[in-house]
Ligand binder design. Structure first.
Ligand code: HEM
Length: 515
């Protein structure tokens, strides 16, 4: 009432200010509360996310524990499931010396990896590991191993196998189902008696080359033969034998096969460098390998990868050209692969160029190191056991003598191979103790029963099965108390006029005679 005219606009002004302020206040209150509620919701979501992240594994573990308990076999809870994760973590930590043997971490990551009979002493011949990621049945029993390995549809390869060995293309090792059947059918054609004969002949040739190389480096004094690089030479021999017999490309000792594009690495150097850089090749995308510095680990991995590919392509090109020539009678792994790409009419029966390369790679890779290591180890073991060496030499002398009586100065696969019983016993015993493929992994496509020690157990769908070849091979119930000793005589039933007789299974006292 006391306001003057001059004050009116001010009042109006302030009234409008007030209303503006009120309006601002009105709009401020919901804004803040909205901010508060947004922050609250965010926090709740974060909490939920972390709760889920930490709880989900626990919930999974709980579910897996229940599934494992229902099986009825002994079980062990582990933080990481045996399989690719444990394998690669184990390799990486060990590479950086961060993994001490005997620690809990070492044991957990090593569970389900080849480790003799160690784990089974405590857990029995079949037990289940349980982790948040799933169940793994670990087997040291030969009957269960035979059952699982013989039923491919019921126990296929685990789902992630494809990623692991898909280096140059899909192949017989990393496929399943119809694709595997196609690859198996095609490659299987090469593995005939004809190939065995070729392997024998190439083995004889390469052994002669190797012996010559040893004699040259020993100034031709066979009485004082000193072999300094047995491992390298065994690899060299195995690679040349497979290349000559299975790939139809006979090589002299230091010869390289034709190469599709020039490389600084010899054939053997490419294979050795490839094997030494297997982890970076497995784990690094190709484009990253290509960009790596030449003198770095990845650079060398890329060099080996491209060199190996170039040799394989060179061999394939040469074989394709030979097949095109008239009267070509070549029959080997490359010919069946090339025909399956070029000739089969139906697409479903054809292999792609990548699959041909994938199989060309996998047979060389799966075949040469396994064979070389067995040869290398058996020679080392023979050097330590003069008694076995003497029996072996007696057998060789007998075989050569018989061949001479039959009017031959060369040994022959069809006539002489089966007489070499001690040789086979030595190989079998070396493979038993130092098997190159200590574990094979399978998977249950549906719920599967297994029978073990007179009881049947239902293994739920989606269980990984690790057949521990090493554990089967060191199982004292199968092999007796001397399972950890190299004793080739365990394979021999009797020796006599007709040579030694071999048993098809070991002389353990166990009921587990399926092996
Ligand atoms: C001492 C020698 C060898 C041993 C101990 C050995 C051992 C094995 C084992 C245990 C498997 C089964 C792997 C699994 O199912 O996960 C296998 C598969 C295979 N091996 Fe060998 N191997 C030897 C030599 C060779 C040779 C000389 C070749 C080829 C020239 C070869 C080619 C293959 C292939 C292609 C497969 C996959 C078969 C398939 O899945 O159908 N291996 N080997």
């Amino acid at each position: 009432t006391n306001l003057g005219a001059a004050e009116l606009p001010l009042m109006l002004c302030s009234a409008s200010n007030i209303s503006a302020a009120r309006m601002q206040l009105c709009s401020d209150i919901p804004m803040q509360s909205r901010t508060v509620s947004v922050v609250g919701a965010g926090l709740a979501a974060l909490f939920l996310y972390f709760a889920m992240t930490f709880l989900r594994p626990l919930v999974s573990l709980y579910g897996n524990l229940r599934r494992a308990r229902a099986i009825g076999l002994p079980m062990k809870v582990v933080p990481f499931p045996p399989g690719p994760f444990s394998f690669f973590t184990f390799q990486i930590l060990r590479r950086f010396s961060l993994l001490k043997p005997g620690t809990m971490l070492h044991q957990s990551l090593n569970m389900g990896r080849p480790d003799g009979y160690g784990h089974h002493k405590e857990m029995g011949d079949a037990f289940v590991t349980v982790s948040p990621a799933g169940l793994t049945l670990i087997v040291a029993n030969p009957k269960v191993a035979t059952h699982v390995n013989s039923k491919r549809a019921e126990f296929p390869k685990p789902p992630n196998t494809v990623v692991l060995i898909n280096i140059y293309g899909r192949n017989v090792i990393n496929t399943d189902g119809d694709t595997w059947r196609l690859h198996r059918r095609v490659t299987g054609q090469a593995f005939s008696e004809r190939l065995h004969r070729a392997m024998w002949q190439e083995g004889v040739n390469q052994a002669r080359f190797m012996m010559e190389s040893w004699l040259t480096s020993n100034e031709r004094n066979p009485d004082r033969l000193r072999v300094s690089e047995l491992e390298r030479d065994a690899l060299h021999l195995a690679l040349n034998v497979i290349t000559g017999a299975a790939y139809g490309y006979p090589l002299r000792w230091n010869e390289d096969p034709q190469c599709a594009s020039p490389t600084g690495l010899s054939y053997r150097a490419a294979v050795v460098q490839f094997t030494a850089h297997l982890m970076p090749i497995f784990l690094t995308p190709r484009w990253l390998l290509r960009l790596a510095r030449k003198d770095s680990t990845r650079g060398r991995a890329w060099e080996a990868y491209t060199a190996f590919e170039s040799y394989m392509r060179g061999m394939l090109d040469r074989q394709r050209a030979r097949l095109g020539a008239a009267q070509c009678t070549d029959e080997n792994l490359l010919t069946v692969l090339i025909r399956s790409e070029d000739q089969d009419e139906k697409a479903s029966k054809k292999m792609t160029a990548k699959e041909v390369m994938g199989n060309t790679f996998i047979f060389l890779f799966a075949g040469h190191e396994t064979t070389a290591n067995t040869l290398h180890y058996s020679l080392l073991l023979l050097a330590q056991r003069q008694d076995v060496q003497q029996r072996f030499l007696n057998e060789v002398d007998d075989i050569v003598e018989k061949a001479a009586q039959e009017g031959r100065c060369e040994l022959d696969y069809d006539l002489d191979f089966n007489r070499a019983r001690w040789a086979l016993a030595i190989m079998s015993e070396t493979l038993r103790m130092f098997t190159p493929t200590g574990i094979t992994n399978k998977w249950t496509a549906t719920d599967q029963p297994i029978t073990f020690d007179g009881c049947t157990y239902m293994i739920p769908q989606g269980t990984r099965i690790s057949i521990s070849g090493m554990a089967v091979h060191y199982n004292p119930k199968v092999w007796g108390g001397n399972a950890a000793e190299w004793e080739p005589s365990r394979w021999i039933i009797q020796e006599g006029g007709g040579g030694a007789l071999m048993r098809s299974r070991p002389n353990g006292k166990s009921e587990n005679d399926a092996y």
